[in-house]
Ligand binder design. Structure first.
Ligand SMILES: C[S@@+](CC[C@H](N)C(=O)[O-])C[C@H]1O[C@@H](n2cnc3c(N)ncnc32)[C@H](O)[C@@H]1O
Length: 333
C-alpha cells in the first residue's frame, strides 16, 4: 500500500470510526459534523432494543399503523439496532425492507435476507428513486435531523413514496411532564428537560414531535392523523397495561437520561460529567417516584401520499377506522 491509497479512505470506513467521551463511544462522523450526539456503543444498542420492546407494548405489537394491503417495499429511516426493520422483514417475508443509518454497527450481524441495511446521512438528499416505497417509517429521529432539514426530509419521504403510499412517524417529546401539578421548574426532571432542549436547539429541533402533522400536511400528505400517547417513566399508572409499560420502562429511563444528555450537557453546555451524573441521579429518583406520575409525551403521526388508485373513502376508509391510529386512542392522564 502506498501513500495515495492511505489518502482514499472509503466512505463506509469513515462511518465506522468512533470517539470516546466520558467512557462512552460516539460516532466520530456524527460528532464532527454535528449530526447526532448519542452514543453508538453496545450499551446504547441494548437500550435501543429495550426501547423497541417498550414501543411494541405501547403500540400493542403493531409495527405498522396505516392500512397497506400489499407491502412490497419499506424504507426504515435511522434503523439503529434494526429491531423494527428486522421484525417487519420477518413478519412480511415477501416485502423488501431497506434501512438507512449513519452508523451501521448497532444492528445484528445476521439479518433476514429481505432486509438491506445501508449507510447514509438523512440530512443529505435521498438517492432513492421516486414513487418507490409503500411505507416509509421514521421513529425517534429528532436528535439526528437538522432543525432546518425537516422540511426537506419530509419532502424526500413524500417523493420516494409511491402514490397512495404511507409515511409513519413516531417522536418522543423529551420534556418530562406530570398532569397533577407536582413537577415544578426546580425538579431535576424539569431541569434535565430544559437543559436537553437548550443544548440541542441551535442544531436540532427537540420539539419536532409537536410539528409532525403540520410538516406532513405541508409536504402534501393527506389523511394525516396524529395521536399523543404517554410514556410513563415508572410503574405509577393504575391501568394494568400502562403500569406494566411503566415498570418495563424504569431501567430504560435511567439509560436514556444519561445517553441523550451526556455529550450535549458536557461538550455543548460545559457541565462536568460528575454534574451530569448528579442531575441524572436526581431525575431518576423523581422518575421512580409514583407521586410525580411523570411521563414523556409520544407523538405518532401517519399520512398518505395522494393518488395510487385506492380511493381515500369507502372501503379504504372503513379499513382504516378499524385498524388506524384512532382505534388505539387512550385518555391522557
Ligand atoms: C435514537 S436512535 C433510534 C433508532 C430507531 N429508529 C428506533 O426507533 O429504535 C437514532 C438513530 O438514528 C441514527 N441517525 C441519527 N441521525 C441520523 C442521520 N442524520 N442520518 C442517518 N441516521 C441517523 C443514529 O445513528 C441512531 O441509530
Amino acid at each position: 500500500m502506498d501513500d495515495s491509497d492511505l489518502q482514499t479512505v472509503p466512505l463506509d470506513e469513515s462511518f465506522l470510526e468512533t470517539v470516546a467521551y466520558h467512557d462512552r463511544e460516539f460516532q466520530h462522523y456524527a460528532i464532527e459534523n454535528g449530526v447526532y450526539f448519542a452514543p453508538v456503543d453496545e450499551d446504547e444498542a441494548e437500550h435501543l432494543r429495550n426501547m423497541h420492546d417498550i414501543f411494541n407494548r405501547m403500540f400493542e405489537h403493531r409495527l405498522i399503523f396505516p392500512p397497506i394491503p400489499q407491502l412490497r417495499r419499506v424504507l426504515e429511516c435511522g434503523f439503529g439496532s434494526a429491531s423494527w426493520a428486522v421484525e417487519v422483514a420477518e413478519r412480511y417475508p415477501d416485502c423488501e425492507v431497506t434501512g438507512i443509518d449513519i452508523f451501521p454497527n448497532m444492528a445484528p450481524e445476521i439479518i433476514p435476507d429481505n432486509l438491506v441495511l445501508q449507510v447514509d446521512d438523512l440530512n443529505r438528499p435521498s438517492t432513492f428513486p421516486s414513487n418507490h416505497f409503500d411505507l416509509v417509517h421514521s421513529r425517534w429521529m429528532a436528535g439526528g435531523i437538522n432543525s432546518d432539514g425537516w422540511r426537506n426530509y419530509m419532502a424526500d419521504i413524500f417523493r420516494v413514496l409511491r402514490p397512495g403510499g404511507w409515511c409513519q412517524m413516531v417522536e418522543i417529546y423529551f420534556n418530562a411532564q406530570s398532569d397533577n401539578g407536582t413537577l415544578t421548574d426546580n425538579n431535576a426532571l424539569r431541569i434535565w428537560s430544559r437543559e436537553y432542549i437548550r443544548s440541542l436547539q441551535a442544531l436540532k429541533d427537540p420539539r419536532a414531535a409537536l410539528q409532525l402533522q403540520n410538516w406532513m400536511r405541508d409536504a402534501g400528505f393527506v389523511e394525516v392523523e396524529a395521536q399523543v400517547l404517554t410514556l410513563p417513566l415508572s410503574g405509577w399508572p393504575s391501568d394494568p397495561r400502562e403500569r406494566s409499560i411503566g415498570i418495563a420502562n424504569r431501567d430504560n429511563v435511567h439509560r436514556l437520561l444519561t445517553s441523550l444528555a451526556l455529550y450535549p450537557f458536557t461538550e455543548r453546555l460545559g457541565m462536568s460529567s460528575a454534574e451530569v451524573q448528579l442531575l441524572v441521579a436526581r431525575a431518576r429518583v423523581e422518575a421512580n417516584n409514583p407521586a410525580f406520575k411523570a411521563y414523556f409525551p409520544v407523538y405518532v403521526c401517519i399520512g398518505r401520499k395522494p393518488g395510487g388508485g385506492a380511493s381515500s373513502r369507502g372501503h379504504h376508509h372503513h379499513h382504516r377506522s378499524n385498524r388506524g391510529v384512532d382505534s388505539r386512542k387512550r385518555a391522557r392522564r
